[in-house]
Design a protein around this ligand. Structure first.
Ligand code: DX5
Ligand code: ZN
Length: 216
């Protein structure tokens, strides 16, 4: 499939979220990526459900919610209530991942499982058939604007191989340090969805930057 682009709101101007979401609505972005952090699972705090619920009536793109929090299973109903399309939970934060994935899907949302840079893809061997998407972190989660971890390209290629070998159509999303150069290599390695925060929102022409990412 042609890859998708999901700008991450974390790098947007929070004083003018309405304008930022209107820009996303007008753009070629496929999804809007939303990063929720709790200051425990990651060393930073971002925004939570009040912000997502405020965006709900105005965001015309499917919401791709990335929970960087401990015990994400506690918040499945809250995420579903925001109208989210995809709920991503971290492998490292879920003791009963199989149960959590099933509970996410029961609400009608798609279920994504996220791996930190150090978490090997072989750990997905017995769950991948149940998940809609694997989100590979290509930076350590918690902040926008970090440097891309090179090894991620190889990780995408190996995950692509695992998915193809099993005859699945699980999507691969990559998050962190994505720009035109890293994005191209990720797409060539088999990524289906590119998340980009800084590269989109700090650019002088975000609409064109999204177009450029789509054209890779
Ligand atoms: C990082 C977040 C990312 C972040 C990416 O913890 O999960 O979604 O916004 O930002 P960039 O694209 O600037 O690396
Ligand atoms: Zn993210």
């Amino acid at each position: 499939m042609k890859h998708l682009v999901a700008p991450s709101l974390l790098s947007a101007n929070f004083l003018d979220l309405r304008k930022e979401v209107e820009m996303i609505n007008k753009s070629d972005a496929d999804w809007l990526h939303l990063d929720i952090m709790d200051g425990v699972f990651v060393p930073n705090i971002s925004f939570g459900f009040p912000v997502l619920n405020a965006l709900k009536p105005m965001c015309q793109k499917p919401m791709d919610v990335h929970l960087m929090i401990v015990e994400p299973q506690k918040f499945i109903p809250e995420v579903a209530a925001t109208g989210a399309y995809m709920m991503n939970v971290h492998y490292e934060a879920c003791t009963h991942l199989h149960r959590t994935v099933a509970a996410i899907k029961e609400t009608g949302m798609k279920a994504g499982v996220t791996l930190n840079p150090h978490t090997p893809i072989c750990l997905l061997e017995d769950i991948i058939q149940d998940v809609d998407m694997v989100l590979l972190m290509s930076v350590n989660p918690g902040f926008g604007g970090q440097r891309f971890i090179e090894y991620s390209v190889d990780k995408v290629a190996r995950l692509r191989e695992m998915i193809d070998q099993k005859g699945l159509n699980t999507w691969i999303e990559v998050d962190g340090g994505v720009n035109l150069e890293t994005g191209k290599r990720l797409v060539d390695a088999g990524a289906d969805v590119l998340v980009a925060g800084n590269f989109v929102f700090k650019s002088s022409d975000p609409i064109q930057t999204i177009k450029d990412l789509k054209a890779l």
